[in-house]
Design a protein around this ligand. Structure first.
Ligand code: HEC
Length: 123
């Protein structure tokens, strides 16, 4: 008789775990940011979310900025900064070139600084 109750409790525990697990999983998915993927053959291409590109308005130097400043990191490194005076942007761009070896020539670097001052410069 004693053993019988042990089995009942064990089975109840398993049912509990399964039911709880089944109930919980959809909630976690529902709370997670929505990730979508497309199936191409056996490859699943992920569209990672949240992935809205940071807003950088059209202005001279934008192409250079977008091309070079996203080589190593997200443009969010820049969009999350406060507005800086020209000196600070120059120092930042020079740091990327000097310290981290960003492959940016001096003419392009100037264009990028001009762009940064125009769209995220301290007025
Ligand atoms: C060769 C790689 C590389 C390139 C290209 C690059 N960066 Fe960086 N950047 C880094 C690294 C490495 C860090 C530091 C990352 C960390 O500390 O998490 C960084 C950090 C930053 C930061 C955060 C503040 C700081 O000084 O750490 C800013 C702002 C930034 N980069 C701006 C730029 C801009 C503007 C450009 C384009 C001119 C650029 N980056 C291009 C490598 C690069």
């Amino acid at each position: 008789m004693n053993k019988y109750w042990v089995y009942i409790v064990l089975v109840a525990c398993c049912v509990e775990v399964v039911v709880y697990g089944c109930n919980r999983a959809p909630q976690e998915v529902a709370n997670a940011p929505e990730n979508t993927f497309t199936v191409k053959g056996s490859v699943r291409e992920m569209d990672l979310n949240p992935a809205p590109p940071p807003a950088f308005p059209e202005h001279d130097g934008r192409t250079e900025f977008i091309s070079y400043c996203a080589i190593c990191h997200s443009l969010k490194y820049i969009s999350t900064q406060p507005d800086f005076p020209q000196k600070t942007w120059e120092a930042e761009v020079n740091k990327m070139i000097g310290k981290y070896h960003a492959p940016i020539d001096s003419v392009t670097a100037k264009k990028i600084v001009t762009y940064l001052v125009a769209v995220k410069g301290k007025k």
